[in-house]
Design a protein around this ligand. Structure first.
Ligand code: SF4
Ligand code: SF4
Length: 122
């Protein structure tokens, strides 16, 4: 008998990716304001309160049985900013009510890598 470990390995990789994503979101939300502003401008759609993002890596203890956040008015900065970009959406297999224009998002990342800053408003 051959043991098929692809399923558990896939789940483990997804779980680990969720952990990395959490750290990444914490960092970006708190320290990279320019990227946050640019990506926010690219974000379309709306939150339909499905609660899936509250189950990434682990189920948040503030999520109640009806997918409501029990500290909604005081929720963490990285909860307020989710999803920051398409990488966050990839952790949810496309379930989220938000989306990003992929070519616009790629342009933002390229401009930032090249040090191109958006024009300041007068
Ligand atoms: S604090 Fe609220 S919004 Fe943030 S992950 Fe937990 S349940 Fe979700
Ligand atoms: S996964 Fe998206 S739609 Fe669902 S609660 Fe989180 S931000 Fe809202």
């Amino acid at each position: 008998m051959v043991l098929d470990v692809r399923g558990p390995i896939h789940r483990l990789r997804r779980w680990a990716r969720g952990g990395v994503g959490k750290v990444r979101r914490y960092y970006l939300s708190h320290f990279d304001h320019e990227y946050m502003e640019r990506m926010k401008a690219m974000r379309e759609g709306d939150c339909h309160r499905c609660g899936y993002c509250c189950r990434i890596f682990f189920q948040c203890p503030h999520l109640d049985g009806e997918n409501h956040c029990t500290i909604y008015d005081r929720r963490y900065l990285q909860c307020r900013t989710f999803p920051i970009d398409h990488r966050d959406l990839s952790e949810l297999a496309g379930i989220c009510g938000y989306q990003f224009n992929p070519s616009a998002a790629a342009l933002v990342r390229r401009q930032m890598a090249e040090g191109v800053h958006p024009p300041r408003e007068a």
